[in-house]
Design a protein around this ligand. Structure first.
Ligand code: ATP
Ligand code: MG
Length: 320
């Protein structure tokens, strides 16, 4: 099947291991097979925070993370919302295709509101999944490599595509989500590993920072290490992390540690993570901020050409 791949990230902080095993590893594999667009979702930052002064720094850092994991800008179009007005204009007709009740039912939006530090929930928080439909459909994306939290948004995109096609004629494909090896990696506090929740191991952290983060992870007092996600979620989460980095089953790592307790577990996890991230961290240092800016400006140009064509088709289908 000939897919067009679309996915992206909010420039709210450094990419972490949750991203890697949830979506980044799939992107690196897919870039050799299909055309791919990767979005720096800058307009999505303002769903749950004021636009921080640090936005440009976060964007550059995100681009360096992309280059570090091996995304190749010759194969992948990397672009940002704020540079593509025609993409954003799709939001208008798309919003007319969904009901307020449907927007209110989205479980990921509810979870994000529960974790938000904002006093009041703004309108974009409820409507950004429709904006994501514009992100996916502007390039007629058909495959969306994402973590589990994004599934309701891909479902929303499928709804928008189908309803648009029914109402105005066939313009859009109906895309599918693709989940990674670990669709929901937990953080060092047991909740979803997230940039915004202070519980993540950043791809770009130093080895010492990584060791300190893992040392601070929650565990339990039992010396015998076992993989039991129901009764020992914290210990099991660390075993999962080590297993992903080592390409091994968590149960076999638990057997190897045996009676070593939390200290031995944390030592093993730290080594596994640092070893796994070493080549990624090394490659990050090989690119400059100027390289990153160039990648984005080239990608913005290509993405904008694509968006102009799609908006033209949408306007024609709607009779404008
Ligand atoms: P924020 O806290 O600012 O929302 P985030 O860590 O949730 O940041 P996003 O930019 O919202 O990161 O998500 C980017 C992509 O990474 C999405 O496809 C999302 O599903 C995936 N992802 C994020 N966190 C995880 C995780 N813990 N496990 C698996 N995939 C994840
Ligand atoms: Mg998120």
């Amino acid at each position: 099947m000939n897919h067009v791949v679309l996915t992206g990230d909010r420039p709210t902080g450094p990419l972490h291991l949750g991203h890697y095993f949830g979506t980044l590893a799939n992107r690196v594999a897919l870039q050799d097979v299909h055309p791919m667009y990767v979005l720096v979702a800058d307009y999505q930052v303002i769903t749950d925070r004021d636009l921080p002064g640090a936005i440009q720094g976060n964007i550059t850092s995100l681009l360096l993370d992309y280059l570090a994991i091996g995304l190749d800008p010759a194969k992948v179009t990397i672009f940002q919302h704020s540079a593509i007005p025609e993409l954003n204009q799709l939001l208008l007709p798309f919003l007319s295709l969904v009901s307020v009740a449907e927007l209110g039912r989205n479980p990921t939006v509810k979870d994000e509101i529960a974790h938000s530090s904002q006093q009041a929930v703004n309108g974009l928080m409820f409507t950004y999944p429709v904006h994501q439909a514009a992100d996916i459909l502007f390039c007629k994306g058909t495959l969306v490599p994402v973590g589990r939290d994004q599934l309701p948004h891909v479902e929303m995109t499928r709804l928008v595509a189908r309803r648009f096609n029914e109402r105005y004629g066939p313009v859009f494909p109906v895309p599918e989500a693709m989940m990674g090896a670990q669709p929901l990696l937990k953080g060092l506090d047991g909740g979803k590993m997230s940039k915004s929740r202070g519980n993540s191991v950043a791809l770009s952290a130093t080895e010492d920072e990584t060791a300190a983060l893992i040392r601070g992870a929650r565990t339990d007092a039992e010396r015998l290490i076992t993989f039991d996600e129901t009764n020992r979620p914290e210990v099991s989460n660390l075993l999962t992390l080590a297993g992903l980095c080592l390409g091994r089953r968590p149960e076999s790592i638990a057997d190897e540690i045996g009676n070593g307790g939390a200290a031995a577990l944390k030592r093993l996890v730290t080594e596994a993570v640092n070893e796994f991230l070493r080549p990624i961290r090394k490659r990050r240092g090989e690119y400059s901020e100027a390289d990153a800016r160039q990648v984005l400006s080239d990608g913005n140009e290509r993405a904008r050409e694509r968006a102009i064509v799609t908006l033209g088709e949408v306007r024609a289908a709607m009779g404008f």
